[in-house]
Write a protein that binds this ligand. Structure first.
Ligand SMILES: *[C@@H]1O[C@H](CO)[C@@H](O)[C@H](O)[C@H]1NC(C)=O
Ligand SMILES: *[C@@H]1O[C@H](CO)[C@@H](O)[C@H](O)[C@H]1NC(C)=O
Ligand SMILES: *[C@@H]1O[C@H](CO)[C@@H](O)[C@H](O)[C@H]1NC(C)=O
Ligand SMILES: *[C@@H]1O[C@H](CO)[C@@H](O)[C@H](O)[C@H]1NC(C)=O
Ligand SMILES: *[C@@H]1O[C@H](CO)[C@@H](O)[C@H](O)[C@H]1NC(C)=O
Ligand SMILES: [Mg+2]
Length: 264
């Protein structure tokens, strides 16, 4: 029942100034330009380190669990992966499969078909923050990460935004379900809208009454409430296994990559 740092961040109350001038966001073209990453850039090293590739595969398949930081020897590898083409290609495959599935259902729009989107590293990308602060222990710095969240300028993960729009066009409703706390509802709404997510059926943030519960317990409980009120969760997409495990997970789940952090 380890409450992980990334989830605790959202209860943070202080706002500190931080610089984020290292990236340029182009919503229209769905491109994230990272101009000043603190790691090596480009894809050239991504395939080099077989040990780190095995580590990433272990993380994505949920064989390696309860880890807290990227192994020091793999920080450069993780940075290259995330800032290079592979992360985007992997995300695109996930989003594309999700769309093919949704489309194949030939749903009749009865107004109850719902798709769950997680927020961080799913709908929104905190990559500009990680590019500035590195992919290692700094991930755990609640002060600087919390300040970044409160700026409300995280760009969309472009592949997820495309999926979101296509699902809406199929008549599927979207609910955002996040470990972010209620205390940052406003900035989260603003951030979602600025990133291109302009409407939603529900935006479920974590009430402080859930403190102590794991993400799996919290998210299962919220999904159960949704199904109890008549929604049919036909799909569910997230970057953490805790978004996709537990109960009421939906007819199909889709796992986006995230070798940066783990939340149980
Ligand atoms: C590859 O990763 C291993 C740890 O898994 C590390 O010991 C080694 O230094 C790394 N090699 C390179 C070239 O980054
Ligand atoms: C959806 O419609 C297509 C085209 O009519 C059809 O080929 C497919 O079998 C249908 N899928 C389901 C799940 O009914
Ligand atoms: C965390 O970030 C804050 C704000 O950038 C900084 O002042 C502090 O030294 C950092 N703490 C650690 C342990 O790195
Ligand atoms: C959130 O926004 C609403 C109006 O949209 C405002 O009334 C409320 O005070 C805001 N809450 C916080 C915590 O900023
Ligand atoms: C989703 O799963 C439920 C329960 O197994 C089933 O009744 C329903 O037909 C499924 N819906 C779709 C769209 O596959
Ligand atoms: Mg997430």
């Amino acid at each position: 029942m380890r409450a992980l740092p990334v989830l605790q961040l959202f209860f943070l109350a202080t706002l500190a100034a931080t610089t984020h001038g290292s990236f340029e966001l182009d919503i229209a073209d769905q491109i994230i330009h990272l101009l000043r990453p603190k790691t090596r850039s480009g894809d050239s090293h991504v395939d080099d380190n077989v040990s780190c590739l095995s580590w990433r595969l272990g993380v994505e398949t949920h064989n390696i669990i309860d880890w807290t930081t990227v192994p020091a020897a793999c920080e450069g590898y993780a940075g290259d992966y995330l800032l290079g083409h592979q992360y985007r290609k992997d995300s695109e495959v996930v989003a594309h499969e999700a769309y093919l599935y949704a489309e194949s259902l030939n749903l009749t729009d009865d107004g109850n078909n719902l798709w769950i989107f997680d927020i961080d590293e799913t709908s929104l990308s905190n990559l500009p923050y990680f590019a500035d602060h590195g992919f290692g222990v700094e991930v755990l710095n609640t002060t600087s990460y919390g300040a970044w969240m409160l700026e409300g300028i995280a760009p969309a993960l472009p592949e997820s935004l495309k999926l979101y729009k296509k699902l809406l066009a199929l008549g599927i409703k979207v609910a955002f379900l996040t470990g972010r706390g209620e205390s940052i509802r406003n900035v989260t709404e603003t951030n979602l809208m600025n990133a291109g997510y302009d409407s939603w059926e529900k935006l479920i943030l974590k009430d402080s009454s859930y403190s102590g519960d794991t993400a799996v317990m919290y998210k299962s409980s919220e999904r159960k409430k949704l199904e109890g009120s008549g929604y049919k969760i036909i799909g569910n997409i997230g970057d953490q296994w805790s978004d996709l495990l537990g109960t009421n997970v939906g007819n199909r789940t889709f796992k986006l990559p995230n070798p940066m952090y783990y939340a149980s």
